[in-house]
Design a protein. Structure first.
Length: 389
């Protein structure tokens, strides 16, 4: 079977993990700090707080920004469940924004529309998702958020290594927070680099970094300045003034993360080569188009999404997926609009955003990963073209 995505682990990755396993610290040790430093350098951010998953990263952002009951968070309808669920974890409401049907991304226009149509809601934050590794016009989105006094979080679970290209042509690494307050990453094995499970938040704000670190570790306050005076001099003493969680990443995971981050540039190149090979094969078809490539982004492609007019090819998507699967090719749908989930339908009733609906109807992710050979790609192309003209 050719999967739609998978990790690439080599001997040096294994050696890095084994070295930690032989060391004194399996958690809260040097590898965690080194991973955070390496990630900060990679994405040009002042601070990185590692954590146990991309979901935990989003949850930590909500807590660090003080979002809670009575607040609302804007999330694009096309994303993984976790982007929306983060708001729910802290008791906030989700406002779903539409996306560009050609990319699956929320745009400055769809964001503005969501804000305008939900004026009565207390919108506190936006979670901007960099679907498939691409990003939209971040400067415009930042300007909208600033004008409204709303926090802006980038959910870059798909986009480690991607760069935003500004209107002036300057490059800003995703995670540098040049146009946002916080950026979250996921290092689940299907993502661009793997930690097994793992995530991180980057920020340039010391205050937010301190809050993220606190909530990641049960909100155990050890800063003497912040501890009640009668306990200040007790060396064992900590205070829990808020509710926190154990969202720590272990040294074992972080050692793998450091080793994988070193390969980001070569992973990017390999993914780019695979993407252009597919692009050539799918460039002139009537009922299939690859997702639109945006001039505002220099991406590390996480997914290769094709948009197929299943009605015109007269094969339902489930049958199309089965046909490919029977030939050893796995595909996936990224994503079912989150507002269609029974949980959100029960909360907010039925919703239909036209861009999300149009994208969802047509999208299919075909295999893209480091290690996908030309022969495998040729097989995928051949099987797809058997059914789509
Ligand atoms: C866009 C997006 N956000 C958040 C997450 C959550 O990441 P994790 O699986 O590491 O919790 C994912 C994971 O699939 C994702 O795709």
């Amino acid at each position: 079977m050719i999967p739609y995505g998978r990790h690439k682990i080599e001997k040096d990755d294994i050696d890095a993990v084994v070295a930690v396993l032989k060391s004194e610290m399996l958690t809260c040790g040097e590898a965690v700090r080194a991973f955070e430093d390496t990630l900060s350098q990679t994405v040009s951010s002042r601070y990185t707080v590692s954590c146990s998953s991309g979901t935990a990263a989003l949850h930590l952002c909500m807590m660090a920004l003080g979002i809670g009951s009575g607040d609302s968070v804007i999330v694009p309808g096309i994303t993984f469940l976790a982007s929306a669920n983060a708001a729910q974890y802290v008791g906030a409401d989700v406002v779903f924004a539409d996306v560009d049907p050609a990319t699956g991304l929320m745009t400055p226009e769809t964001l503005e529309k969501a804000i305008l149509e939900n004026k009565e809601k207390n919108i506190k934050a936006i979670i901007n998702v960099h679907m498939a590794g691409q990003c939209e016009d971040l400067e415009s989105m930042h300007a909208i958020a600033k004008k409204q006094g709303i926090f802006l979080i980038e959910d870059a679970a798909h986009a480690i290594g991607s760069n935003y290209i500004s209107k002036k042509g300057d490059m800003y690494p995703i995670g540098s927070n040049a146009f946002s307050d916080l950026t979250t990453f996921s290092f689940h094995p299907v993502k661009n680099i793997a930690m097994g499970e793992g995530g991180a938040v980057t920020t340039n704000s010391l205050d937010l970094k301190n809050k993220l670190s606190l909530f990641r570790n049960h909100a155990m306050e050890r800063d003497k300045e912040k501890i009640a005076s009668e306990n200040k001099n007790k060396p064992w003493y900590y205070e829990m003034q808020h509710l926190g969680y154990n969202f720590r990443a272990s040294d074992i995971h972080c050692a793998l993360g450091i080793s994988q981050l070193k390969k980001l540039a070569s992973f990017k190149k390999s993914r780019e080569e695979s993407v252009s090979f597919y692009d050539q094969a799918f460039s002139k078809l009537e009922y299939l188009t690859p997702i639109c490539k945006l001039p505002s982004c220099d991406p590390v492609w996480h997914l290769y999404v094709i948009l197929i007019d299943f009605k015109h090819i007269e094969i339902p998507r489930e049958i199309f997926m089965q046909l490919l699967s029977s030939r050893g090719i796995r595909t996936q749908v990224h994503y079912i609009p989150v507002y269609k989930q029974p949980y959100y339908k029960d909360l907010y009733g039925s919703n239909e955003l036209p861009g999300c609906e149009s994208y969802y109807k047509r999208c299919l992710s075909i295999p893209l990963f480091v290690g996908l050979s030309k022969a495998m790609q040729e097989k995928v192309i051949q099987e797809v073209l058997k059914h789509v003209k």
